[in-house]
Design a protein around this ligand. Structure first.
Ligand SMILES: [Zn+2]
Length: 80
């Protein structure tokens, strides 16, 4: 669990991390995007990237657990 400032909540909240592979095999609808998010979250949390996939092919997000705001976070080392 990560505590960081959420712009939407305007305070520090708990965040979780999600990794999405791109391009997405999922559709563009919100439902499909949510599935992609969950898929990316669990695969990213449970295992390393398959076959040592390049980090350039993934987008890394942090997600506010209070409001669900997703922030693209590709800089990499803040949570390491
Ligand atoms: Zn928030």
């Amino acid at each position: 669990m990560n505590i960081r400032f959420c712009e939407k909540c305007e305070r520090e909240t708990e965040h979780t991390e999600a990794i999405k592979q791109k391009p997405s095999k999922y559709g563009k609808s919100k439902k499909e995007q949510f599935k992609a998010f969950l898929d990316g979250f669990f695969s990213g949390a449970a295992a390393s990237l398959p076959g040592g996939a390049s980090l350039e092919l993934t987008d890394r997000y942090v997600v506010c657990l209070k409001c669900g705001k997703q922030t693209l976070e590709n800089h990499g080392t803040e949570f390491q």
